[in-house]
Design a protein around this ligand. Structure first.
Ligand code: SF4
Length: 223
């Protein structure tokens, strides 16, 4: 067993937290403007963008949403959308039937139960069709500025490689990271780790040789 592995396998909770804070500090320097990559001007636009982004790139979603938000400017407009038309309009985002259904049902609930507004609590958001904790945390963290750990594909991959969690369940990962990172930084940590995943720590062939946190990563050179 090499030294790094030995160290990590016996790493105390305090040492792990210290390492997580060092990672956060470097991410703050490296990605000072980290943000959500979906384009939006309202909570509704961010929510709809998140529903569309499942199994799809933010870039593709951003190509589709300008026309979509122009045609359906309010939750009421989405709630009464013709399902076939909406499916056609979001077709390129993939899973268009399920996404159209979620958008319409979610929008109906916004109109019926929230006066057409997007609620600002985890409990209310996760009751909406197509909205899980990840999407809720995106909306809460980026629009309402209520800190949240956003466990998307990048956060799952990187937190595992960095050995900040040993869990695979997104909710467990979320709570593992919440325990390591100061609450005020939860959203930033998510967005900046996401940026690191998009630019350096790729799913395949991560660029460990160019990685600014490689000295804090037990997986450096081993993926
Ligand atoms: S050292 Fe490699 S595996 Fe670890 S975070 Fe950096 S790029 Fe990813």
């Amino acid at each position: 067993m090499n030294k790094t592995r030995a160290k990590i396998s016996t790493e105390s909770a305090a040492a792990k937290k210290k390492r997580a804070l060092e990672i956060l500090s470097i991410l703050e320097t490296e990605y000072p403007n980290a943000r959500c990559h979906l384009n939006y001007t309202s909570a509704l636009e961010l929510l709809i963008g998140c529903i569309l982004s499942a199994q799809c790139t933010d870039k593709r979603v951003n190509e589709v949403t300008p026309g979509l938000f122009k045609k359906y400017p309010t939750a009421a407009d989405f709630a009464r959308a013709d399902r076939d038309e909406l499916e056609e309009e979001i077709h390129s985002c993939g899973f268009f039937r399920a996404k159209a259904k979620s958008i319409v049902n979610c929008s109906k609930a916004l109109v019926d139960e929230h006066g057409g507004k997007v609620p600002a609590t985890m409990e209310e958001l996760t009751k909406l069709a197509g909205v899980g904790r990840k999407t809720a945390n995106v909306v809460l963290g980026n629009f309402y500025k209520i800190p949240g750990i956003i466990v998307d594909t990048h956060i799952m991959r990187l937190s595992k490689r960095l050995k900040l969690t040993s869990n695979t369940d997104p909710e467990k990962i979320e709570f593992d990271l919440r325990a390591l990172i100061p609450e005020a930084k939860w959203t930033f940590f998510s967005n900046s780790l996401g940026d690191h995943g998009r630019t350096v720590c790729f799913a395949r062939k991560p660029r460990c040789g160019e990685c600014v946190i490689s000295h804090l990563c037990p997986s450096a050179g081993k993926v």
